[in-house]
Ligand binder design. Structure first.
Ligand SMILES: NC(=O)c1ccc[n+]([C@@H]2O[C@H](COP(=O)([O-])OP(=O)(O)OC[C@H]3O[C@@H](n4cnc5c(N)ncnc54)[C@H](OP(=O)(O)O)[C@@H]3O)[C@@H](O)[C@H]2O)c1
Length: 320
C-alpha cells in the first residue's frame, strides 16, 4: 500500500511553515496509517526559495528527521510553476494537498490600487484554483485524496476595511463548498480550516502599504480606519492564536475518517457567523459587527425595524 504524500503551499512563514514542520516532525506520523512507515518527505512549497532559511532553521530546532521535509518552488500565480512543482514530487502523486498561500489587503476600498486588488485576488482565488486544477484530476483518477484549504472567518462574514480580502475568502468558500458537493463519489474530500486571527507575518506581508495611501480617502473614513486599527490590535492581543495551535486543527481534519467541510480553529467568532445565518436580511449581522468594531460609537439595535434600514451611524468623532 502507498504512503501518504503531502504538499503544502505558502511555507515560508506562518501557518504553512508550522504545518510542514508539524507533519515532518511527527514521530508517530499519527495522521497517517502507522503501518505505512517510512514516510515520504512533506513537500513544503514556497513562492521564492530564497526565503526557505527560516523553515530549515525551525526544522533543525524542532528536530525534524533528515529526509522528512523537502522544499519546492511554487508560485500560485504561475501555472507553470505549479506544474513544475507537481512534476518534482518523486512519488508521482499527492495524497494530501494543502492550499494555504494567501495575502491580505487592508484599508478603505477606494485607496487600493488596481494592481493590489488584482494581486490579492490572483493569489487567494485564482491561485487556489490553479493549484486545485493541477492536482485534482489525478486525485479523481485515483479515486482518493484530501484537500485542505486555509479559510478565514473573513470568508464567512464581511469585515470593514477588508472588503477585497473578504471577497477573496468568500470566493474560496464557494469554491470549496461546490467541490465538496461534487467530489465524494471520487473518494476526494475537501475541508476548509477556518482561522480566526493567528500570530503570523500575515499583516506585515499584506499587499502594498497597510491601509494604502490614506489621503485618497475622506476624513470620516480615515477616522473610522483608525478606530478599526485599534480594534484589530485589541483582537490580536486578546484572541489571536499561535500557528502551532491552528496546525492541530489541520491534523484533526487529516485524521478524520469522513472529513467535514469546515473545521474552526476557534469558536470565538461563531456567534457572529450564526447571526449571519439567523437573519438572512443581513441587518442583524451588519449592526452587530459595526458595534463590535466601532464599539465606543452608538449603534442602533439590530431589530426587525432595522431591516432594510440598518440605520448605522458614524462615530461622532468622524463627523466633519
Ligand atoms: N494570520 C491570520 O490572522 C489569518 C487568519 C485567517 C486566515 N489566514 C490565512 O492563512 C493563510 C496563511 O497565512 P499566514 O497567516 O500563515 O500568513 P503568512 O505568514 O504571511 O503566510 C502566507 C504565505 O503565503 C505565501 N504566498 C503569498 N503569495 C504567494 C504566491 N503567489 N505563491 C505561493 N505562496 C504565496 C507567503 O509567501 P511569501 O513569504 O513568499 O510571500 C507565505 O508563505 C492565508 O491563506 C491567510 O489568508 C490567516
Amino acid at each position: 500500500m502507498d504512503r501518504t504524500v503531502v504538499l503544502i503551499t505558502g511555507c515560508s512563514s506562518g501557518i504553512g511553515l508550522h504545518l510542514a514542520l508539524r507533519l515532518a516532525s511527527d514521530p508517530s506520523r499519527s495522521f497517517k496509517d502507522p503501518h505505512l512507515l517510512p514516510e515520504p518527505p512533506v513537500y513544503a512549497t514556497l513562492r521564492d526559495l530564497r526565503a526557505q532559511g527560516p523553515l530549515w532553521e525551525a526544522a533543525r530546532a524542532r528536530g525534524c528527521p533528515p529526509g522528512s521535509l523537502e522544499t519546492l518552488q511554487l508560485d500560485v500565480r504561475d501555472a507553470d510553476s505549479v506544474a513544475a512543482a507537481r512534476a518534482r514530487v518523486t512519488e508521482g502523486r499527492v495524497d494530501v494537498l494543502v492550499c494555504n498561500a494567501g495575502r491580505g489587503l487592508l484599508g478603505p476600498l477606494e485607496v487600493h490600487t488596481a494592481g493590489a486588488v488584482g494581486s490579492v485576488l490572483d493569489v487567494n482565488v485564482t491561485g487556489t484554483v490553479r493549484t486545485l486544477q493541477a492536482f485534482l484530476p489525478d486525485m479523481k483518477r485515483r479515486r482518493s485524496g484530501r484537500i485542505l484549504v486555509t479559510g478565514s472567518m473573513g470568508g464567512l462574514m464581511g469585515l470593514p476595511f477588508n472588503a477585497v480580502y473578504c471577497a477573496s475568502k468568500f470566493a474560496i468558500e464557494g469554491l470549496c463548498e461546490s467541490l465538496a458537493v461534487l467530489l465524494p463519489p471520487f473518494g476526494v474530500h475537501v475541508s476548509l480550516i477556518e482561522c480566526g486571527p493567528v500570530r503570523t507575518a500575515f499583516l506585515e506581508k499584506q499587499e502594498g502599504v497597510p491601509g494604502g495611501a490614506l489621503d485618497g480617502a475622506d476624513a470620516e473614513t480615515r477616522v473610522l480606519f483608525s478606530c478599526y486599527q485599534r480594534h484589530l490590535e485589541r483582537i490580536f492581543r486578546e484572541a489571536a492564536q499561535d500557528p502551532e495551535e491552528v496546525t492541530e486543527v489541520f491534523l484533526a481534519a487529516l485524521r478524520a475518517p469522513r472529513p467535514a467541510l469546515r473545521y474552526f480553529s476557534t469558536e470565538s467568532f461563531l456567534p457572529l457567523a450564526h447571526l449571519r445565518l439567523a437573519d438572512p436580511s443581513g441587518c442583524s449581522y451588519v449592526a452587530a459587527m459595526h458595534r463590535a468594531v466601532f464599539a465606543d460609537e452608538p449603534v442602533e439595535e439590530a431589530t426587525a425595524s432595522d431591516r432594510g434600514d440598518p440605520g448605522l451611524r458614524a462615530p461622532p468623532g468622524a463627523r466633519q
